[in-house]
Ligand binder design. Structure first.
Ligand SMILES: Cc1ncc(COP(=O)(O)O)c(C=O)c1O
Length: 413
């Protein structure tokens, strides 16, 4: 039997694609998604719809809500959904159960995590920080971050009496000092697709006595993360990209088990109370990951996500990573073959150790080029000022899609 995704000599790219698809152990999963004859390379923005979701939503709305009504909080497992679905995401990001809760947007979870991190570090000069005058008064933030993380980190810094310092991820080890309270980094850069070195950066952050917060939006569901293995302190991520949870599906918050007793959420709503129905005036935080909850969960979105995650039942994240790298390698190779020299330039690292599951191509007039690609059935997206972004979701993208996308792109020049 041939090795999966092995090089196969000098055949045409189309026949190589067919051979790669024929030996792809994940190819059968595509049937679990609603897709058409376009090439969908935008799963790093909004994952495709899993076939299990519409029926589940129908049941949640008609039976659980329409018929059981309030009883569903217990009988349909609505109340415990944030922890239950967190435990379903946990193996995909290398976390043992009991450390992830689902709910709120990524932005809100970034806020909880960054303020929580400063408090864990005993840092900050103001409310909620350590003793006034304590040295840990700096938050480092990925200077190339998706904007929401930067905006929220700036507000978290103001609230905790810290200074915010934007730093490129590679420069974080040199920027760390005894003043650093928390560091917020992206695992994969949303524009370039660059994968940052989570194990070594986390180790450096710990060596400086600071607390790490990782944004996993562009890595969860695309590659192994190893949260527990690498001792990550806090992490957040969305579920509408590689986890296919649907537009606006709730995000999640990971709080490492040994930090949980000291995790002091800046949004202590009644859902994170030890006795939520005790209705007491003071907040007594619940034990465990539940501390990350805030208010009433968004049940419709959350249970759509739970159905979407069933796709992963027999899928290993390692197999997904192997295919992801094969897809992006093959795309880069086809682009080189089909697109006239100099028309595009990849800003995604060639090195597998530094590549997420997307390819970003710099190109003149990229907005117009993407519009024409979409009109020809190849769906990626455009990021300012000059980036064509293509995301590769190994659960439903095949090698023939990749070859076709590169061919259509080449035809535009
Ligand atoms: C890295 C990263 N963080 C955060 C977000 C957005 O967060 P929210 O779910 O709050 O819209 C995105 C959205 O694409 C993202 O790519």
């Amino acid at each position: 039997m041939s090795e999966p995704y092995a090089e196969s000599g000098t055949e045409s790219y189309a026949s190589r694609a067919a051979a790669l698809d024929a030996t792809d152990e994940l190819a059968k999963l595509r049937a679990q998604f609603v897709l058409d004859d376009t090439v969908y390379l935008d799963g790093n923005s909004l994952g495709a719809l899993p076939r299990s979701v519409p029926g589940r939503i129908e049941d949640v709305v008609r039976r659980q809500w329409g018929s059981l009504r309030i009883r569903s909080w217990d009988e349909s497992g609505w109340w415990t959904a944030p922890e239950r679905i967190g435990d379903r995401i946990a193996p995909l990001v290398g976390a043992a159960p009991g450390q992830i809760v689902v709910g709120d947007s990524t932005s809100v979870n970034v806020f909880k995590a960054v303020v929580g991190a400063v408090r864990l570090a005993g840092g900050g000069g103001g409310q909620g920080g350590g003793a006034r005058g304590e040295a840990r008064d700096e938050i480092l933030v990925d200077a190339t971050t998706f904007p929401t993380d930067g905006y929220i980190a700036a507000s978290a810094a103001r609230l905790t009496g810290c200074t915010l310092r934007p730093v490129a991820p590679d420069e974080v080890p040199d920027a760390l000092s005894g003043r650093t309270a928390a560091v917020l980094l992206n695992h994969v850069d949303y524009r370039t697709g660059r994968l940052h070195d989570l194990p070594s950066l986390t180790a450096a952050i710990h060596e400086a006595g600071a607390v790490s917060v990782w944004d996993l939006c562009h890595s969860a569901g695309a590659l192994p993360v190893g949260l527990d293995e690498h001792g990550v302190d806090l992490a957040v991520g969305c579920t509408y990209k590689y986890l296919n949870g649907g537009p606006g599906s709730p995000a999640y918050l990971y709080v490492r088990r040994d930090h949980q007793p000291r995790f002091d959420s800046p949004l202590p709503g009644w859902n994170s109370h030890a006795d939520p129905f005790g209705m007491t005036p003071d907040h007594v935080p619940a034990d465990g990951a539940l501390r990350g909850r805030v208010g009433t969960p968004d049940i419709l979105s959350m249970l759509a996500l739970e159905a979407a995650l069933e796709v992963w039942d027999d899928v290993s994240i390692e197999a997904v990573r192997t295919k992801s790298l094969a897809l992006t390698d093959f795309f880069l190779e086809c682009v080189e073959a089909y697109v006239p020299a100099g028309a595009v330039e990849s800003v995604t690292p060639a090195d597998h150790g530094e590549r997420g599951s997307q390819v970003a191509l710099r190109c003149a007039d990229a907005g117009e080029v993407m519009r024409r690609l979409i009109a020809r059935g190849v769906i990626g997206d455009f990021r300012e000022p000059d980036i064509l972004r293509f995301g590769f979701t190994p659960l439903y993208v095949g090698f023939a899609d990749v070859e076709r996308a590169a061919g259509v792109l080449g035809g535009l020049f």
